[in-house]
Design a protein around this ligand. Structure first.
Ligand SMILES: [Zn+2]
Length: 393
């Protein structure tokens, strides 16, 4: 039996008085109740305690800004970099991540066996792209470079889509990720143009749904989002160019939005240092400012808003800045709700995202009052607890 007693912690959103939180075998047993005297004590000194954070859009295998470089790199390099990227995410307080282009059963097994510190890891495996789509990293000027397919797969046609979706699901994919519009770092596809035919999206959604899961889609423009949602997609990644009618459609169909503001802000400031191409820079400008407006429109329409970051290459260290950018639009409380309760609901996790009896003992403690000083969330020192174990003191 393992125990942990977090003493004198202000649980965010649950009253002003510090309380004791007691966890046993990785699960919260009581909040503010009686605790056994035998438990090891971690004193929070009146600091704020929140549930462990969830990032619904990360890329463990995304260690370069260049899709071509990623797909040409040896898998040993990609996997070791992934371990480092995931360990850093955990140290920032992200105790659960959803990887929406990458991951495989080997990486998941390494995490489950505790080979390195990592968040709870849900992965879609490679994101699926049409030929010439966002996940087709082949440069228009060169023929057929080697293509390992660890981040994206090019899949065309209904039958091929059905087979690939079944394969991914049988190999432990949490959900299926489709690339249904152009993107920032891909070389040949305009960002607003929809990708994949209705029939290709429908077959992926049908297979995922039958298996008890869902399809999430990378999409920016109203046209691409509408095309995705009408053909069965249940979650939209990015969504920066959203308009009011499209937001209404998302709300009506219960489709989640996962904004990824950190990526555009970071690429705007640091793109030149990390190898963003001129084409990528131009596309980034197109979606940067629109990203926060999309959240306003989604909120007004009643869309369920999660939280993601989408940081490729060295930009990974900007993960906490995503919380700052979302809080600029939504305020602290809603941003935390997005990165805990809503993301957990999106991922179908019924035991994470809250500090309550029966929930996983994943928690982050800040040295101060988060309600008075929201900046602590992205700038402050923190203690990270995962499954009742202190992983960052
Ligand atoms: Zn992404």
């Amino acid at each position: 039996m393992s125990e942990l007693l977090v003493a004198n912690a202000r649980v965010f959103g649950a009253g002003k008085e510090p309380v004791n939180v007691y966890a046993r075998d990785g699960v919260v047993v009581s909040v503010g109740g009686e605790v056994p005297s035998s438990a090891p004590v971690l004193d929070a000194w009146g600091g704020t305690l929140i549930p462990g954070l969830l990032d619904a859009h990360c890329h463990a295998y995304g260690s370069s800004m260049s899709l071509e470089e990623l797909e040409k790199s040896p898998m040993s390099w990609i996997a070791l970099k992934a371990a480092q990227r995931l360990s850093r995410a955990l140290s920032r307080g992200f105790t659960t991540v959803r990887d929406v282009a990458g991951g495989d059963p080997g990486l998941a097994k390494a995490i489950a066996c505790g080979l390195f510190p990592a968040p709870r890891y849900l992965y879609t495996g490679p994101a699926l792209s049409q030929t010439g789509g966002h996940g087709d990293g082949r440069h228009p000027l060169y023929d057929d470079p080697p293509y390992c397919g660890c981040n994206t797969n090019v899949v065309d046609g209904v039958d091929a889509m059905r087979v690939r979706v079944r394969e991914l699901l049988s190999k432990g994919a949490h959900a299926i990720k489709l690339l249904t519009s152009g993107g920032v770092i891909s070389p040949t596809d305009p960002i607003e143009v929809p990708q994949y035919s209705a029939a290709e999206i429908q077959v992926a959604a049908e297979e995922a749904e039958r298996r008890g899961t869902y399809v999430t889609a990378h999409a920016y423009s109203p046209r691409a989002i509408t095309h995705s949602v009408k053909n069965g997609v249940r979650c939209i990644e990015h969504g920066n160019l959203l308009d009011a009618p499209t937001a209404a459609l998302m709300a009506e169909t219960g489709t989640y939005l996962v904004p990824t503001l950190a990526a555009y802000d970071a690429m705007d400031r640091r793109g030149d240092d990390v190898g963003l191409t001129p084409v990528g820079r131009e596309k980034n400008t197109q979606v940067l400012v629109a990203g926060q407006e999309a959240i306003r429109l989604a909120r007004a329409a009643g869309v369920r808003i999660g939280f993601g970051t989408d940081l490729m290459g060295d930009l990974e260290d900007e993960q906490l800045q995503g919380l700052r950018l979302q809080a600029e639009v939504e305020g602290l409380e809603r941003t935390l709700e997005a990165a805990t309760v809503t993301n957990a609901a999106l991922m179908g996790l019924t035991n994470v995202g809250r500090v309550e009896p029966g929930y996983a003992a994943d928690m982050v403690i800040f040295r101060g009052d988060l309600a008075k000083d929201p900046e602590l969330l992205w700038n402050g020192a923190r203690t990270v607890i995962q499954a009742g174990q202190v992983v960052v003191a």
